[in-house]
Ligand binder design. Structure first.
Ligand SMILES: NC(=O)c1ccc[n+]([C@@H]2O[C@H](COP(=O)([O-])OP(=O)(O)OC[C@H]3O[C@@H](n4cnc5c(N)ncnc54)[C@H](OP(=O)(O)O)[C@@H]3O)[C@@H](O)[C@H]2O)c1
Length: 365
């Protein structure tokens, strides 16, 4: 037997009828990778709602009865490099990124992740996060915490409207989500957008004010649409928004959208990353995804506004821009909580609570 055989532990599931569990397999580090692949010893991985959704929607009769590994975001150290891999990637490099997969046997909640860096392009060398002496987290935790959410926010701001300016106005439904945390930083510090209004719970208003939102409206005090309408009349000189960004799953504004969103001829967009309804993470069903509201909004040829359901695009440059903003100190990944590998279920429960403020991260070491 090779002297380089290690035990690789991963958090996996078979279907929605089986819980997430730790599974172990033997991995021969001398031979487990191809010429175009690297082996990363993972130090930290972050959970995302998509992990909860794919698990709960998994029917093994359709998808297959093999173990599927949790998570996409990772940070770690390269321990093996195939002979055809670009010379940018070397043994000992600290890297982070987003391993894109749906129902992959490989995922990032594992001790060793094998990937082709030319194909799994959201990968970069880690940068140091500015910290004070009381900061409880190390760079691996921060590095695992941002690629997917930052990339999603960047895609929303970058891929649709092309002419952002200090006069631009954006309404964010779900100002407290991790994606919106990245969104407000990118909007203000990268695209120089003048006015961003957020909608969040009244308990989160103080927290979100510090992030840079110009105005915040509670969704749990009075009627949200009315509250935004008053704000628009009193504070925005009744000017309409260039973009409404929904990171929750909402349709409250559709019946009166012409009062809030500029006409589509002015290059305005309603962009959602969820859909018509909020998804209950504790009980995810296909019915929520394939709701009539979602289908009608998507296909209605008569709607008078640009509506987009945004999917994270891994082809744009977000990983470089995220790194640069972290280096500049204009973005620091938000951490809600960190769990030991063996306590992965507590991490899943925390994300499922839908109260996390920042990323839920699992540490391997
Ligand atoms: N399409 C894509 O490519 C893509 C990529 C990433 C994420 N997503 C989706 O985007 C959503 C957000 O993901 P995330 O990881 O950023 O979420 P998250 O960080 O887990 O969001 C948690 C926050 O949501 C807020 N919230 C809960 N209920 C709310 C409501 N009814 N209205 C407004 N805010 C509410 C809570 O703050 P309050 O105190 O304000 O309630 C909580 O702190 C998820 O549904 C996820 O699946 C899609």
């Amino acid at each position: 037997m090779s002297e380089e055989v290690v035990t690789n532990k991963s958090v996996t599931y078979i279907s929605n009828a089986t819980p997430a569990t730790i599974t172990s397999s033997e991995l021969d580090l001398a031979s487990c990778y191809k010429d175009n692949e690297v082996v990363i010893e993972v130090h930290a991985a972050a959970l995302n709602p998509i992990d909860l959704m794919t698990h709960q929607l998994c029917c093994s009769y359709v998808i297959g009865k093999y173990p599927k590994t949790y998570s996409r975001d990772y940070s770690g150290v390269i321990v093996k490099v195939g002979k055809n891999v670009d010379c940018r990637w070397k043994v000992g490099d600290k890297v982070n990124g987003m391993y894109e997969h749906i129902y992959g046997e490989r995922g990032s909640l594992t001790h060793y992740l094998i990937l082709d860096p030319a194909k799994n392009v959201p990968i970069t060398h880690m940068v140091e996060v500015s910290k004070d002496e009381n900061d409880p987290y190390d760079d691996f935790v921060y590095a695992a915490a941002w690629p997917l959410t930052f990339g999603t926010a960047f895609t929303v701001l970058h891929d649709y409207k092309k002419d952002w300016s200090p006069d631009s106005k954006v309404l964010v439904i779900g100002a407290s989500t991790s994606v919106s945390y990245a969104f407000i930083h990118i909007a203000k510090k990268y695209f120089n957008i003048g006015t961003v209004v957020g909608i969040c719970s009244k308990n989160s208003i103080e927290r979100n004010k510090k992030l840079g939102y110009d105005y915040l409206v509670p969704y749990d005090e009075g009627d949200t649409v009315d509250n935004v309408k008053k704000l628009k009349e009193n504070e925005l000189k009744n000017k309409k928004f260039d973009m409404i960004f929904d990171s929750v799953g909402n349709h409250d504004f559709f019946p009166v959208i012409h009062q809030f969103l500029k006409p589509k001829e002015e290059n305005s967009f309603y962009v959602t990353i969820v859909g018509y309804n909020k998804i209950n993470y504790k009980n995810v069903s296909w019915r929520q995804f394939l709701s009539l509201g979602n289908i009608l909004t998507a296909i209605n040829p008569f709607k008078k506004y640009n509506w987009r359901l945004c999917q994270l695009s891994s082809s744009n440059n977000y990983i470089k821009i995220g790194n640069q903003m972290i280096k500049d100190g204009t973005y620091k990944p938000p951490i809600d909580s960190v769990y030991e590998f063996e306590k992965f279920q507590d991490a899943i429960d925390r994300l499922m609570s839908n109260r996390a403020k920042g990323k839920v991260v699992v540490k391997m070491k």
